[in-house]
Design a protein around this ligand. Structure first.
Ligand SMILES: NC(=O)c1ccc[n+]([C@@H]2O[C@H](COP(=O)([O-])OP(=O)(O)OC[C@H]3O[C@@H](n4cnc5c(N)ncnc54)[C@H](O)[C@@H]3O)[C@@H](O)[C@H]2O)c1
Length: 319
């Protein structure tokens, strides 16, 4: 299968590509612009690892650029997995334009230029941010969408746009609302790696809301398993799924678990960030019904692996 993965140098794109490359039938075409939102070194390292596989082909390209149409010409992809985006909720308060450009115009530019005759399915990243500060827990896919920030709005708009492009391209579009994905080679702007990074530099960690908020941490291993199954499943219908563990954890408890392994973390308490929602807790019944049953990862075991992996990396400049 010829698969296009946008955002291949990103956290989820890297892990997904790595897993799909284990199957010899897959040829992965990764694109990414090495955006500078977080460490370019880390993104380049991920691509260096992927390039060890002969079935991985990479092109540095911006999804908003006019060059994209040339790249896409005559590629005839079977599947498109669109993960490239400006991620992160807090940065959307600082630079909303970037979210509008990358997430909305980039989405349109990509699908306006798709002419593949073999295309069977599109999978694209949405986010738990579409729900905003909901009071309905566990939050299921039917709950009202009420984003708190431009990032969340950009994902709501993507979900709407997918209906249009699905009709136009005559293929199903599957939207995945990811909830706080964590794992090795993860994002340095997200909680676990941010704590490990500041601790290794002996700096203070700025803790929002005294750590009294819940996050539905979802292992990258589970995300990859689910994505691989969705990719291989025959479907004619557009759909949207929560990708979550349905096991919300209090940030303070996660912090305590990290401290058990790395020692006391220097904390400075700061007010809750206005872009953040208080709690996330997704309902994963819909996706678990679709995916063949498997045991969700154990958070404590996965956290241990991340800490061991982080401590084993000599070059902390990646972060
Ligand atoms: N990781 C999570 O917890 C999480 C949660 C909800 C939603 N998501 C969504 O899942 C997707 C993947 O997230 P991730 O965690 O891997 O993020 P990431 O930032 O690690 O990956 C996104 C990749 O897209 C690339 N990119 C950004 N702008 C681009 C452009 N204009 N052209 C080409 N490439 C561009 C970046 O360089 C990056 O490598 C994103 O759409 C994100 O919004 C992630």
């Amino acid at each position: 299968m010829k698969i296009l993965i946008t955002g291949a140098a990103g956290f989820i794109g890297f892990h997904l590509s790595r897993n799909l490359l284990k199957f010899k039938k897959n040829k992965i075409y990764g694109i990414d612009n090495f955006d500078e939102y977080y460490s370019i070194k880390l993104k380049k390292k991920r691509i260096e690892l992927l390039k060890k596989e002969k079935n991985f082909h990479f092109q540095k390209i911006d999804i908003t650029s006019t060059k994209l149409s040339n790249y896409l010409k005559n590629k005839n992809f079977d599947i498109i997995i669109h993960l490239a985006a400006q991620a992160g909720v807090r940065y959307s308060m600082v630079n909303p334009e970037k979210y509008l450009n990358t997430n909305i115009l980039g989405f349109a530019n990509l699908f306006e230029n798709i002419e593949d005759k073999n295309l069977k399915k599109v999978i694209y990243a949405s986010s738990s941010s579409v729900y905003g500060d909901t009071k309905t827990f566990p939050t299921n896919e039917k709950c009202i969408k009420n984003p708190k920030n431009i990032y969340g709005y950009s994902k709501v708009i993507n979900e709407k746009m997918s209906n249009y492009y699905s009709k136009r391209l005559k293929v199903p579009f599957i939207g995945l609302r990811f909830f706080t994905v964590y794992g090795v080679w993860g994002r340095p702007d997200m909680f676990i790696l941010k704590v490990l990074k500041t601790h290794s530099k002996k700096k203070y960690f700025y803790l929002n809301n005294k750590g009294n908020h819940l996050r539905d941490f979802t292992s990258i291993n589970d995300v990859v398993k689910i994505l691989t199954q969705i990719l291989n499943k025959k479907t004619k219908k557009n759909n949207i799924y929560n990708i979550c563990s349905n096991r919300p954890l209090l940030i303070n408890n996660v912090l305590a678990q990290i401290e058990k392994k790395v020692g006391k973390i220097k904390i400075k308490n700061v007010n809750r960030n206005s872009a953040d929602v208080l709690n996330t807790h997704g309902d994963n019944k819909k996706i678990l019904k679709e995916a063949n049953s498997f045991k969700l990862s154990n958070f404590t075991e996965e956290l241990d692996k991340i800490i061991d992996w982080f401590q084993g990396i000599k070059n902390k400049n990646y972060f």
